[in-house]
Write a protein that binds this ligand. Structure first.
Ligand code: HEC
Length: 302
C-alpha cells in the first residue's frame, strides 16, 4: 500500500517517455530558475523597501526637502491692474510705472536683464521720443559694419534692452554661482505672480531660524523656496530718489518695480482691456438692434 503511494508519487516526477536528455533538462531547469529569479527580484526588493518604510519612523529619514516658501503677500490695497473687476478694466498706474522703471534701471539692471523689452516700449510709460533715444544712447550693442565686420554701436529705440552681463557664465561668476533670471516674464512665470516678486523684494531682513543653516554667501528670505537666495537684499530705504517726491521706502520701491515688471510682461494688457470693453459694448447694442428687427419682422405673424 505504502509502496504503491511512493510509486505513484515518483511517477508524478518521472520524466515523460519522450523527455530530452538529462543534461538538457538540467540546463533548461537552470535557465527557467534564472528567469524566475530575475522576475521575482524587483518584486522582492519593492516589498522589502515597503516593509522598511512601514516600520521606520519619519525622523530617521534624512531631511532632503528644502523648507517651503511662505505664501506671498501683496502690498496693502492690491494691484491696480489685477483682481476680479480690475482684471477686466484695469490699467497700470502711470506714475508708479515711471517710478518702477527708475528702480529697475538704477538697482535691478546691474544684475538682471529684461531682454524682451525694447527701449521704444518705454514711450508707453510717458517718455517722449527724445527721452527714449537718450536712454538708449547710454548702451552699446553688437552690430556689423558695411564690410560685415563686428562692431559696437550706440543702442537705438528699436533695440532690445541690453543685458548687464555678456553671457550666463559671467552672470553666475559675479553672483555666487547663481544666475539672476531675466525679468521680462518673471511676474507671469512664478506662482503668486506680482505678490511673489513683491514678497521676495520685501522679505529680506530677518535672520534664519536656528534649525536652518545658511550656506556661504546666501541670504535668508522666507518667501523663496528653500529660504536661501543668492540675491543680496536689493532695496534699502532711499536707494533711489523719486522725482515726484514719493518717499522711497522699501515697500514703495518694491510695489513700483513690480508694477513696472507686470507691465513689462504684458505691455499690451491695456489695449486688450480696451478692445474687450468695446467689443462687449458693440455686442450689447447689436443684440438690442437685432431684437427690434426680429419684433418688426415677426409682427404680422402674431
Ligand atoms: C547684485 C545683483 C542683483 C541685484 C541688484 C538684483 N538681483 Fe534679483 N537676483 C539676483 C540673483 C543672483 C538671483 C538668483 C537667486 C537664486 O537663484 O538664488 C536673483 C533672483 C531674483 C528673482 C527670482 C526669484 C526666483 O523665483 O527665481 C527676482 C524676482 C528678482 N531677483 C528680482 C529683482 C529685482 C526686482 C531687483 C531690483 C529691485 C533685483 N532682483 C536686484 C541678483 C540680483
Amino acid at each position: 500500500m505504502f509502496r504503491d503511494l511512493l510509486d505513484f508519487l515518483a511517477s508524478l516526477f518521472a520524466p515523460p517517455p519522450n523527455a530530452p536528455a538529462r543534461t538538457t533538462r538540467i540546463v533548461l531547469a537552470v535557465v527557467c530558475l534564472g528567469i524566475l529569479g530575475l522576475a521575482v527580484t524587483p518584486i522582492t526588493v519593492t516589498a522589502f523597501s515597503c516593509l522598511i518604510g512601514l516600520f521606520s519612523s519619519d525622523k530617521e529619514l534624512p531631511m532632503t526637502l528644502p523648507p517651503e516658501a511662505l505664501p506671498p503677500q501683496g502690498p496693502a490695497g492690491g494691484w491696480p491692474h489685477t483682481g476680479l473687476l480690475h482684471g477686466i478694466t484695469g490699467t497700470y498706474d502711470r506714475a508708479s510705472l515711471q517710478r518702477g522703471y527708475q528702480v529697475y534701471a538704477q538697482v535691478c539692471a546691474t544684475c538682471h536683464s529684461l531682454k524682451l523689452l525694447s527701449y521704444r516700449d518705454l514711450s508707453q510709460l510717458g517718455f517722449s521720443e527724445a527721452e527714449v533715444k537718450a536712454i538708449a544712447s547710454n548702451f552699446q550693442v553688437d552690430d556689423f559694419n558695411d564690410n560685415g565686420e563686428p562692431v559696437k554701436r550706440q543702442a537705438l529705440g528699436s533695440d532690445n534692452f541690453v543685458s548687464p552681463f555678456p553671457n550666463d557664465k559671467a552672470a553666475r561668476a559675479a553672483n555666487n554661482g547663481a544666475l539672476p533670471p531675466d525679468l521680462s516674464l518673471i511676474v507671469k512665470a512664478r506662482e503668486g505672480h506680482e505678490d511673489y516678486v513683491y514678497s521676495i523684494l520685501t522679505g529680506f531682513g530677518q535672520s534664519a531660524p536656528a534649525n536652518e543653516t545658511m550656506q556661504n554667501g546666501m541670504n535668508y528670505n522666507p518667501y523663496f523656496n528653500g529660504h536661501q537666495i543668492a540675491m543680496p537684499p536689493p532695496l534699502h530705504e532711499g536707494a533711489v530718489s523719486f522725482a515726484d517726491g514719493t518717499p522711497a521706502t522699501v515697500e514703495q520701491m518694491a510695489k513700483d518695480v513690480v508694477e513696472y515688471l507686470a507691465w513689462a510682461s504684458e505691455p499690451k494688457l491695456e489695449e486688450r482691456h480696451q478692445t474687450g470693453i468695446k467689443a462687449v459694448l458693440f455686442l450689447v447694442v447689436f443684440a438690442y438692434v437685432m431684437y427690434r428687427v426680429k419684433r418688426k419682422v415677426w409682427k404680422k405673424l402674431h
